[in-house]
Design a protein around this ligand. Structure first.
Ligand SMILES: [Zn+2]
Length: 82
């Protein structure tokens, strides 16, 4: 699979992400995506609004670009200390 594709933007500003890419990145219908712009590059990534370990939506912290709740972060930190 190539690492890039060429897509035309439609009249409403939409593009289609190929199904194969959505499947690989675990992106499903209705998921939220983040669109980042840096210089002349646009990056799209899945928006994570819950803890990657327990699914909690509160007290989230970004750890290596993954959302982790305070409780799980404390458990990880404590198990690392043992
Ligand atoms: Zn958690």
């Amino acid at each position: 699979m190539r690492s890039f594709i060429v897509r035309h933007i439609d009249s409403l500003g939409r593009i289609v992400l190929p199904k194969e890419w959505r499947d690989i990145n675990n992106i499903d219908e209705k998921d939220s995506l983040e669109i980042h712009i840096k210089g002349n590059s646009v990056t799209i990534k899945k928006h994570e609004d819950s803890c990657v370990f327990c699914g909690n939506h509160t007290n989230l912290q970004l750890v290596n670009e993954k959302q982790v709740c305070k409780k799980c972060l404390e458990e990880l930190t404590n198990s690392y200390k043992k």
